[in-house]
Ligand binder design. Sequence first.
Ligand code: HEM
Length: 549
Amino acid sequence: MTSIAEPVSGYFGQLITFLQGFSTVQLVILALVNIPLFAIAINVLLQLLPQDRSLPPVVFHYIPWFGSAAHYGDNPIKFFFDCREKYGPVFTFVLLGRRVTVALDPAGNNFIMGGKHTVFSAEDAYTHLTTPVFGKDVVYDCPNELLMEQKKFVKFGLSTDNFRAYVGMIEDEVSGFMKNEPSFRVFQANDINEWGSFEAAKTMSEITILTASRTLQGKEVRSKITKEYAAVFNDLDGGFTPLHWMFPNLPLPSYRKRDAAHKKISELYVSIIRNRRENPGQEEEHDMIASLMGQKYRAGRALKDHEIAHIMIALLMAGQHTSSATSSWALLHIADRTDIGEALYEEQVKHFRQPDGSWRTMEYEEIKDLPVMDSVIRETLRIHPPLHSIMRAVREDAVVPQTLASPSEDGQYVIPKGYMVMSSAAVSQIDPMLWKNAQQWDPLRWSDPEGVAAQAYKAYNDADGAKVDFGFGLVSKGTESPYQPFGAGRHRCIGEQFAYLQLSTLIATVIRQVELKLPEGGVPPPNYHTMITLPKTPATILYRRRKFD
Ligand code: HEM
């Protein structure tokens, strides 16, 4: 009788004999080549086995640990849409060893952005990226309740009074830039027939830091930004990338430069604060340092110098790329749609052109009443929200509402503690199931009072009165809206009004003085390899000095 073990031991014996034909070095190489293949095979097999039905479906991937990092990193929006089609609005993907559950659609936005902070934690998700850049004891390096108080302090500084002072300052900076910088050489030559060009992202980044430092950051920072500190700010910025989010501390130059830059900039702010304390009451400052120096925590203590310094760095970083990316995209689209460029110009002429042909500076209140400008900014933020993914770390098992997604009629998904969750308004803002001509940049959609855009905006700003106070004043809930470029819930942006003011003044100042158009090729596609979604380079805009009639 033949045993069924015989052929197996026979094959095994043959395998041993086969392997004996190799040297040790050859065997080690063979093993090294095969271990990854073996790991991939096991990983695939594990995904084909029946899965725990209480866990959201996992996006199929070959390489363990690495998971779907390449697909997500290259084009997160396409990745999300593809996954939604295959797995539904809730799914998990593996991202460099982390398990990340994505919840899409307005219901998904609501689930994550409206979730309790004891369950979905922003600080656990972001602190390893932000703390080395911002510094200790602020934002995500302190309990959430303290962040809420810090947001309240900043909101206090973002007052209407200060905003009124900022319009002229921003106009001044933009005009000064156009008068002096080499990229506007053709404009400076006063030739109304020749077209010049500038690179959108580079130019907007330079203008944004000048305008932000002149207004929020204060005159001392403004005076240093173009000279000795420009390179230091760049080094700090170089520590704010997806790589630094994934690996907070690597022995690489960018990490060392980041740490040195943080120290230097933090010391700069502290020296400004000390100097102001020692020389009080010289002139009224409208900047944020002045405002923060007068604030007290609920516990009764004033902010320490290093806390003020670190909040200032956080504000600089939070506002810089978001605003400069938005103005880059806005000007690219305006240059592409010359009819909208002309409508913007006409709006400026109607309100601010003086009988003698000169321009008058806009009043802050007037900026809020410019429908074309407003629609251009809203539409730009719809198609190009600077942040495509909002992340939280899961601190307690979280049950997914059945109405959002479920494994069966009577079952519910549970996202385990230790996972990350992700929401993406960038998807709901261009979802063809919700928006007509969803991918098309069309500011006019915002003028239809009955349209989807108006409803989404109303839901975002809860015209029906659903306001919540998380500790930094009443904010619209807005978590269910498909449109939420400034986030929603307790982590909602406090820079929204400042950003609108900064963007409107910048665009107005440019459009008053030059016509814009694009070279062949149209608006460039997005580059998702940076933290903030920027246009791929080259993103050149052509300009020509306007002829005044
Ligand atoms: C939060 C977008 C400008 C300060 C946020 C969030 C988004 C956002 C999406 C929510 C992040 C999350 O939930 O994880 C934008 C856009 C801007 C902009 C699109 C410009 C177009 C600014 C400016 C400032 C600022 C100019 C400062 C003056 C903040 C702060 C938070 C925040 C302090 C709160 C973070 C938190 O509570 O966790 N912003 N932002 N932002 N933003 Fe902005």
